[in-house]
Design a protein around this ligand. Structure first.
Ligand code: URP
Ligand code: ZN
Ligand code: ZN
Length: 464
């Protein structure tokens, strides 16, 4: 059996960090102790010196769209490419999305996506199942989904024009069924009616800089409040994907003050970019939904992250090539979405930890432990416990470098963070005991990633 001894690193868990040695046997973490002597391990053990480095549980990007087929095209990074970006970024698990083919049972949409991902992924993955309409046999379809290891469903409160929006009565039925089955409902929150109204009243241009006007933050506020009302009625938690604005955060605060339990995710782009990027000549490269907001919004979200009002940072990686993005500068037509998986760790480490705004443990909670708990993967993932999967990132917090299309690996051919100086780099990434990235060399193999059958989201058992 493959044994690896990581020596003298700073082990970082979500609630503490300490200097210790960590032994991997096969696919699992086998032992953690302050000193593991070489005569205690098999002679062919690989010894990895980690003095001065952080040893963290592999990160989880809980929001990716690899190989997304949308509006007659497909995104630049498919499963093999996404896995490579993940390995370079210290990410060992992603949670991706299955679209809902309304002509077939939900589980078949999930199974198709799992089969495609199983063939291409080099790291483990779980799935959120999109629900864009209410099937006749809703409860039994959701039950079947759960039995197959998919315990989150994803809904939209917008995109009526492409058939994603579920009307009020349908939503009630869905919430009731998800409560019964302890499934997590995750929601893209933008109020479709307000967006429609705003569009009808709009008399200006449709440049990238107009995008935030057409999808105002008030729409995020309204959608969160509406979903929150339902969640309150059914006394159940929900998960907000990609919170983008201070108004959205107002809604989160109002709902929490009413006792609603919700988990909030934001992304690096809402924390670190703002609408001024849309004014540049290459503004279409920065279009996603919800749109980038004001500097005040960005700073408010940063504070909320530090204050633990936001529980998860994930990327919403949805990469189109430069050519795809720049094909139109009409913001209604530009393919929405940007790359981000590989940039996640260095960006959050730089902005939050290197600046002394949060501890390494807090960062690990946001990027690994909290998504593992929220989506029923803990403690197999998200932890450095004995018995957990040996998904480990060895991270050099002192490594200074510059994010650039030249230094990163997305097939998009650009990074929205071009020229950002960052502190911290993953230097070795292990996925279930296999070294998949070391010293800037990718060693992953498509097909080695496994589908993770998710358990009950921990929020149903008191999220901490
Ligand atoms: O613009 C984005 N975010 N594209 C991905 C799909 C979504 O809405 O999350
Ligand atoms: Zn979304
Ligand atoms: Zn998304």
């Amino acid at each position: 059996m493959n044994t690896i001894l990581i020596k003298d690193g700073l082990l970082v868990e979500s609630d503490r960090s300490w200097r210790a040695d960590l032994l991997i046997e096969g696919e699992k973490i086998a032992r953690i102790a302050s000193h593991i002597k070489l005569d205690e391990v098999p002679p062919d053990t690989t010894v990895v010196p980690a003095d001065g480095l952080c040893v963290m549980p592999g990160l989880i990007d809980a929001h990716t769209h690899y190989h997304l087929i949308s509006r007659g095209t497909v995104t630049a990074d498919s499963f093999a490419e996404g896995s490579k970006l993940a390995a370079f970024g210290g990410i060992t698990t992603v949670i991706d999305f299955a679209d809902h083919d309304k002509t077939r049972p939900l589980v078949q949409s999930a199974q198709d996506r799992i089969a495609a991902m199983s063939a291409g992924m080099a790291i483990d993955f779980a799935l959120h199942q999109g629900v864009y309409g209410i099937p006749k046999a809703l409860v039994s379809e959701l039950k079947e989904l759960k039995e197959h290891g998919v315990t989150t469903i994803k809904i939209f409160t917008t995109y009526k024009n492409v058939g994603y929006l579920i009307e009020k009565e349908g939503l009630r039925e869905l919430f009731s069924a998800c409560k019964k089955l302890s499934l997590m409902v995750s929601v893209h929150c933008e109020d479709d009616e307000l967006i429609e109204q705003t569009n009808q009243q709009h008399t200006g241009t449709y440049t990238p800089a107009d995008h935030p006007l057409l999808r105002p933050s008030e729409a995020e506020y309204r959608a969160i409040m509406d979903i929150g009302k339902l969640a309150k009625e059914f006394d159940m938690p929900f998960y907000i994907v990609h919170l983008s604005s201070a108004r959205g955060l107002d809604a989160v605060r109002e709902l929490r003050s009413q006792g609603v339990s919700l988990i909030v995710e934001t992304t690096p782009h809402y924390l670190l970019l703002d609408s001024s990027f849309l004014e540049r000549d290459d503004g279409p490269l920065y279009i996603m939904t919800p749109p980038l907001r004001s500097v005040e919004d960005k700073l408010t979200l940063q504070d909320a992250l530090v204050a633990k009002e936001i529980q998860v940072v994930a990327t919403d990686h949805c990469s189109f090539t430069k050519a795809q993005k720049l094909a139109s500068d009409d913001c209604r037509l530009t393919f929405p979405g940007i790359p981000g998986t590989e940039e996640l760790l260095p960006l959050i480490h730089t902005f939050a930890v290197a600046s002394s705004r949060m501890s390494l443990s807090h960062m690990v909670r946001l990027l690994s432990t909290a998504p593992a708990k929220a989506f029923g993967l803990y403690p197999q993932k998200g932890s450095l416990r004995v018995g957990s999967d040996a998904d480990i990132v060895i991270f050099d917090p002192e490594h200074l470098w510059t994010l650039s299309a030249e230094t990163l690996h997305s097939e998009a051919g650009y990074t929205p963070y071009e020229g950002f100086g960052v502190a911290g780099k993953a230097i070795m990434t292990y996925a279930r005991g296999r070294l998949i990235m070391g010293d800037d060399v990718y060693l992953g193999t498509p097909g080695e990633g496994q589908f993770l059958r998710a358990g009950v989201p921990q929020v149903y058992r008191g999220f901490r």
